[in-house]
Design a protein around this ligand. Structure first.
Ligand code: NDP
Length: 245
């Protein structure tokens, strides 16, 4: 157990916000916090709000929508103590075919979107003098991948955010960490052609893709008492794929 850490969040009943919590990895993360007894809010753009959560409609590319979402979460659950920046997109294609908008759209959602939510969450965390920020990156952000210059640039950028945030706000009881999943079975990877899936599988030491729940468990741990002295870290959840990167 952690002892004496002034950033130790109460183990339960925390105000938690997950972007893109309506499906995939974000939904699995949200469910873990609900099961832990936290007050969970998710941002969503479409579809249903999962049971037991507060759904706030927001697109992470809009500062206004993010501000409104936080204002509602703060009113219903109190200031956000745990922020998980999970919303993300891909626009894969090889460099010579990649348009500038393929690049900037991915950066705007995955990287600037994370900046927007981190900035808005930090206000309340500074006042609380505690907070946990967890950014969902990717093995690709460390390892690179053909066809993903836009995506991997956005995911590497998250490491810069977490580490600078750690240096800027670490003394205020706020930690910021990155989780770097490998291949996880969600809608995002379901889009991959069968031969691409097979070739990826051959390179993963674990010999399989992971379930979203396997990422969610690590996020929950990073937000918990035992991880109070971990900040600026990149935690791979990739079955050994990115080893050494
Ligand atoms: P999905 O495609 O299943 O879900 C993406 C989520 O992001 C959805 O909730 C989606 O909302 C939301 N989202 C996308 N764009 C925006 C936006 N502009 N504003 C608000 N929400 C948005 O992806 P995964 O669950 O697989 O991925 C979740 C995160 O994990 C992403 O950051 C991804 O890059 C990362 N990741 C995934 C891996 C994998 O193998 N699956 C591997 C490594 C990292 P909506 O339903 O409204 O579209």
């Amino acid at each position: 157990m952690a002892s004496g850490a002034d950033n130790t969040t109460t183990a339960t009943g925390r105000s938690v916000l997950i972007t893109g919590g309506n499906r995939g990895i974000g939904l699995a993360i949200a469910k873990v916090f609900v099961a832990n007894g936290d007050k969970v809010a998710i941002t969503y753009r479409s579809g249903e709000i999962p049971e037991g959560m507060l759904g706030v409609k927001a697109d992470v590319t809009s500062e206004e929508q993010i501000d409104a979402a936080f204002t509602r979460v703060e009113a219903e659950h109190g200031p956000v103590e745990v922020l998980v920046a999970n919303a993300g997109i891909t626009r894969d294609t090889l460099l010579l075919r990649m348009s500038e908008s393929d690049f900037t759209d991915v950066i705007d959602t995955n990287l600037t979107g994370a900046f927007r939510v981190v900035k808005r969450a930090s206000r309340g965390m500074i006042r609380l003098r505690r907070g946990r920020v967890i950014l969902i990156s990717s093995v690709t952000g460390l390892y690179g991948a053909p066809g993903q210059i836009n995506y991997s640039a956005s995911k590497s950028g998250l490491i810069g955010i977490a580490r600078s945030l750690t240096r800027e706000l670490g003394s205020r009881g706020i930690t910021a960490n990155v989780v770097a999943p490998g291949f996880i079975d969600t809608d995002m990877t379901a889009e991959l052609p069968e031969d691409t899936r097979k070739s990826y599988l051959a390179t993963i030491p674990a010999g399989r893709f992971a379930s979203p729940e396997e990422v969610a468990g690590v996020v929950s741990w990073l937000a918990g008492e035992d991880a109070g002295y971990i900040s600026g870290a990149v935690i791979p959840v990739d079955g050994g794929l990115g080893m050494g990167h």
